[in-house]
Design a protein around this ligand. Structure first.
Ligand code: AHR
Length: 490
């Protein structure tokens, strides 16, 4: 089968904001306890952080990590996770029906972030709490003043402010499952007032308002319009969340899910621009897709976890090869919408629906680690508009899904990178690329496996790993494969 990619190097989508390769650590399951933090583990550092995990997080290359939730944040008192560890309260976390020991809080996490070479995207609690505690946390983290919360940070041993620049105004407040869920009108007022006092405390911060928890929420659209109309001038981004899955084992349909992501992004961007026009504003509110991933494998096993456990194995999806292909197409979609999506977080990072898994005996990498790592390292630069021509197919819910999914990035070093997924389950694709005159293919990395359901594990960590293909002659994208084609100037 033949396919064609035509690139016009003067047709730019946008300079990519590297924060689209962000991720997420929530106080949930074994993400923090037994994940990034495990005092007594042979690899633990002076603060109890696992060095083997830190090394893999750095290898993945995430520029921001959202913290501390997620649903968890809507019942969280940030002060519980500060100060002397032996005085920190052990509390019920109602979001996940677990016990939170508060041995890690912002004091520790900001140190972990430094060691992981990443920045924090901090969420405030707009569930059980409100604007007052939010502004106090901004003061604690960011101010150098001789005032109560800045001094509290100093007393806890941190003279210099943490300098956290990106903040989320709550989490999924449209969802009935959220602790102290709000209507669109209630959330808009609360978020607007929180935004004002947070920015009055530190005018240099950027704020993300909650959008819908997913595209099929009954309030989708109404929620965004209401929030934007109320908060437009006080916020910088609106969030999108969506998880994908293959619960009915319909792989063609599953591989097409990026089409839904693309439509979701374009619809929210359009709502932002409608409100901009209504207001006659010259400011553009952009998008933060701060929770996306595959999440369905662990649904049944999670029902069996006893309530009030400490760091249980919650949301531990084991990802197979086809999941990695879907993650690849979702990354391509984020790059191709980089004119509006400025932040995105793979949810999550360690153990919980995660690319990195830990056991006492070591760490291992899930299949989805690889496309993400490729995108985060070679997807920096300027996204170019490319027209992809390929055969198409229909699924139960989608028509004309292209077999070729692709994005093109002009890298800062002058090279060009094409990311491509061949969605065909049985036919290789001969890819003709035009518009790359003066460049030659320098490498072709492929992630491909005969068994769509193949997984990695601690015992078999290299079952699904990328391989380098020989370059020269025709470019072939194998049936159901993820590909990274790197071009250098001749
Ligand atoms: O990432 C897991 C959960 O998914 C988050 O806590 C919540 O925001 C979303 O529903």
């Amino acid at each position: 089968m033949k396919a064609k990619l035509t690139i016009d190097r003067s047709s730019i989508i946008s300079k990519i904001d590297n924060r689209i390769y962000g991720s997420f650590i929530e106080h949930l399951g074994r993400a923090v306890y037994g994940g990034i933090y495990q005092p007594g583990h042979p690899t633990a550092d002076d603060m109890g952080f696992r060095k083997d995990v830190l090394e893999l997080v750095r290898k993945l290359g995430v520029p921001i990590v959202r913290y501390p939730g997620g649903n968890f944040v809507s019942g969280y008192n940030w002060e519980d996770g500060t100060g002397p560890k032996d005085q920190r309260p052990k509390k019920l976390d109602l979001a996940w029906a677990t016990v939170e020991t508060n041995q890690v809080g912002i004091d520790e996490f900001q140190e972990w972030a430094k060691r992981a070479d990443t920045e924090i995207m901090m969420a405030v609690n707009l569930g059980t709490r409100g604007p007052d505690e939010a502004r106090q946390l901004v003061e604690y983290c960011n101010l150098d003043t001789d005032t109560y919360y800045a001094n509290m940070r100093r007393k806890n041993g941190f003279e210099k402010p943490f300098g956290i620049k990106l903040w989320c105004l709550g989490n999924e407040m449209d969802g009935p499952w959220q602790i102290c869920h709000l209507t669109a009108e209630e959330y808009s007022r609360k978020a607007c007032e929180a935004a004002k006092v947070m920015k009055w405390t530190d005018p240099d911060i950027e704020l993300v308002a909650c959008g819908s928890s997913h595209k099929n929420m009954p309030t989708f659209g109404h929620w965004e319009r209401t929030v934007l109309r109320e908060c437009y001038e006080n916020i910088d981004y609106i969030s999108l969340h969506n998880y994908y899955g293959n619960p009915n084992n319909n792989t063609p349909e599953y591989l097409a899910q990026a089409v839904n992501m693309d439509e979701f992004i374009k619809t929210v961007a359009q709502i932002c621009d409608e409100v901009k026009a209504e207001k006659g504003s010259d400011k553009t509110v952009n998008l933060s897709f701060d929770e996306w991933n595959i999440w369905f494998h662990s649904n049944e096993q999670d029902k069996k976890i006893p309530r009030w456990s400490y760091a249980p194995r919650l949301l531990e999806d084991i990802y197979n090869f086809e999941d990695a292909l879907v993650v690849g197409t979702l990354l391509i979609t984020l790059m191709n919408n980089s004119d509006r999506v400025k932040i995105a977080c793979l949810a999550q990072l360690v153990n919980v629906i995660a690319p990195i898994m830990t056991e006492d005996g070591g760490c291992w990498l899930q299949t989805i680690f690889y496309p993400f790592m490729h995108a985060a390292s070679f997807g920096k630069g300027t996204a170019l508009r490319a027209s992809a021509e390929s055969e198409t197919y229909d699924t139960d819910s989608l028509k004309n899904v292209p077999l070729l999914a692709a994005s093109v990035v002009e890298n800062e070093d002058g090279g060009l990178t094409v990311f491509a997924v061949n969605r065909s389950l049985d036919t290789d694709m001969q890819l003709e690329i035009s518009g790359f005159e003066g460049y030659a293919l320098s490498s072709h990395t492929e992630l491909c496996c005969d068994d769509l359901k193949a997984v990695n594990s601690l015992g078999k960590p290299d079952n699904v790993v990328p391989a380098e293909k020989e370059v020269g002659g025709e470019i072939t994208l194998a049936a159901h494969s993820w590909n990274v084609l790197r071009f250098a100037k001749k």
